[in-house]
Design a protein around this ligand. Structure first.
Ligand code: PHE
Length: 361
């Protein structure tokens, strides 16, 4: 039985020395396995005289129990240690700054619109929005573009084949009366019919035209309508407003040009241009050799439009303009293909960080 005590002593020393679960299992096999030391002892009981067999058997089984408990304790301790180590290895420091986070930026059209809106807000204009689905009356009729008017050909219109949900005055609902607005000018009508002058409003938004898509045309683009209606508004107010806005956008020293243009809802109509910012008027690819970039069609609101909106042209006058934010953005950042603006390609968008400043601003 002395030998048994030695075995136990040896086994428990080995158990506490086992550095990991594999080593611990090897100890278990060596002492308690099929051919383990203690197992062999039990097998050998048969050769003992029967009176000794009982006590010896009892002692070996006690030793086995003891060893088993020691093994279990050690296993639990090793497992706990392994878990501790795993948790320690996986610990994250949430106070560390993130790795590889790229700051976002505002889209060039958003930035251009923000800028235009901010300038007009400072001049006392309100900013509002209007519907992208319009009826024929607001998009054309009320704007002095009756049916069969040749000016409709300037607007390659997307008509809807759903029944009209609302109609112009007196008109019955008819298929095809709804369309995607081809410009933001119908908002002149919406607002003038709802509110009384004095009015100073800008209305940014998307417009749609059934266009052949090319580097300077897309089937969807942005406009920012603006207009003012009051007593005694003149062409001088229009020119002064446009000059101030374009001065903010392109820099105060950039020369401007106003030329006559035709739109049925303004009289007189004009187009404001800035001197080409790429060639300073010498003529280049961007300005198609003219030295000028047309950025803002405008004019004095036609008396028929005022009348259609219930405003007496004998007492009131107004001006209106339709800024092209895509065109302005393309000019400011020298983007040669406006389709880049709508493709959501991150390689393009990422060039416009808020730290990147357009020329002369
Ligand atoms: N609505 C015109 C267009 O789409 C622009 C414009 C607006 C012209 C207001 C004059 C006055 O081209």
């Amino acid at each position: 039985m002395d030998a048994l005590a030695d075995i136990i002593a040896l086994a428990t020393t080995e158990v506490s020395a086992a550095a990991d679960l594999a080593a611990l299992d090897a100890v278990r096999v060596r002492f308690l396995g099929k051919k383990g030391v203690l197992t062999e002892r039990l097998k050998a009981l048969g050769s003992l005289p029967s009176e000794e067999r009982r006590t010896a058997g009892q002692a070996i089984n006690d030793a086995k129990d003891l060893l088993q408990r020691a093994l279990e304790d050690r296993r639990a301790a090793l497992e706990a240690a392994a878990l501790e180590a795993k948790l320690a290895a996986e610990r994250i420091d949430v106070t560390l700054p993130g790795r590889g986070g790229r700051p976002g930026g505002l889209h060039p059209i958003t930035r251009t619109l923000d800028r235009i809106e901010r300038i007009f807000a400072q001049a006392g204009f309100s900013v509002t929005e209007g519907p992208e689905i319009e009826d024929d009356y607001h998009n054309f009729g009320a704007l002095n573009i009756p049916e069969h008017h040749p000016a409709r050909a300037m607007h390659d219109t997307f008509y809807m084949d759903t029944p009209a949900l609302h109609t112009g005055p007196g008109g019955a609902p008819a298929p095809g009366a709804l369309l995607l607005r081809t410009h933001t000018s119908p908002n002149q009508v919406h607002i003038m019919r709802q509110l009384q002058p004095p009015l100073r409003v800008v209305v940014p938004g998307k417009v749609y035209r059934y266009e052949q898509v090319d580097p300077s045309h897309n089937w969807m683009f942005y406009q920012c309508e603006g207009f003012a209606v009051d007593r005694g508004i003149t062409m001088a107010d229009l020119k002064g407003t446009i000059a101030a806005v374009l001065g903010h956008v392109f820099g105060p020293r950039r020369p401007l040009r106003f030329r006559n243009d035709y739109f049925p809802y303004v009289e007189p109509g004009l187009d404001a241009s800035v001197q080409c910012i790429l060639c300073d008027g010498a003529g280049c690819r961007m300005c198609k050799g003219t030295g000028w970039l047309e950025v803002m069609p405008a004019g004095m609101v036609h008396p028929n439009v005022l009348r259609n909106c219930g405003i007496d042209p004998e007492h009131y006058s107004g001006f209106a303009f339709g800024a092209g934010p895509d065109r302005i953005a393309a000019v400011r950042w020298q983007i040669e293909d406006i389709r880049h603006l709508y493709q959501g390609d991150l390689r393009f968008i990422r060039q416009f960080r808020s730290t990147m400043r357009p020329p002369e601003s």
